[in-house]
Write a protein that binds this ligand. Structure first.
Ligand code: PNS
Length: 167
């Protein structure tokens, strides 16, 4: 069975992430959507348990059933390669939006391979219509009360509406 891990902060999940997940789940038998409990990133817009719940809702609502049934949503801390070992995954999936992503992604792929040579990173080019999206900018727009409803899945938009802006 080909198992892949799609790891990230997903704070918040965007339509770009969901596009990558949909396409990756069509390639692998099982895809673990792995939410990093990231102590380096301060002030998350959503706590880890909310991020997990939102991702589960978004997968159920926005992915076709044959794709959704291959996706598992979990949280992890520590190294991504260690999580991959525990999940029995041989692949890490990453989305590439533009050339500017390439350098840091290349570095991460090489370092992960150094840490665990049996785990390979597979890149998918983010769909052009989502290539300008980043969680950090979406988060900033939302925190200042801007409309991000076309940038995030409905499950995220609902939570943001409940939360309200930080003004
Ligand atoms: O969505 P992000 O924040 O760009 O995801 C980055 C992530 C979570 C994939 C990366 O920071 C990561 O793998 N962190 C876990 C710790 C780790 O394994 N660090 C070494 C990476 S070479």
């Amino acid at each position: 069975m080909r198992i892949a891990v799609y790891a990230g902060s997903f704070d918040p999940l965007t339509n770009g992430h969901l596009d990558v997940v949909n396409r990756a789940a069509a390639v692998f038998d099982r895809l673990v959507f792995a939410v990093l409990v990231n102590p380096r990133k301060s002030e998350p817009i959503f706590a880890t348990d909310v991020r997990l719940a939102v991702i589960r809702e978004a997968v159920d609502e926005s992915c076709p059933p044959e794709i959704a049934k291959r996706i598992d949503v979990q949280s992890f801390d520590g190294l991504t390669v260690e999580f991959c070992r525990r999940a029995d995954a041989g692949f890490i999936v990453r989305g590439l939006r533009a050339i500017s992503d390439f350098e840091s992604e290349l570095q991460m792929a090489h370092l992960n391979r150094k840490l665990e040579p049996s785990i390979d990173t597979v890149f998918l080019m983010t769909a052009i219509e989502h290539s300008y999206l980043s969680s950090s900018l979406v988060k900033e727009i939302a925190l200042f009360g801007g409309d991000v409803s076309e940038m995030v899945p409905p499950a995220v938009a609902r939570r943001l509406a409940e939360r309200g802006p930080r003004l």
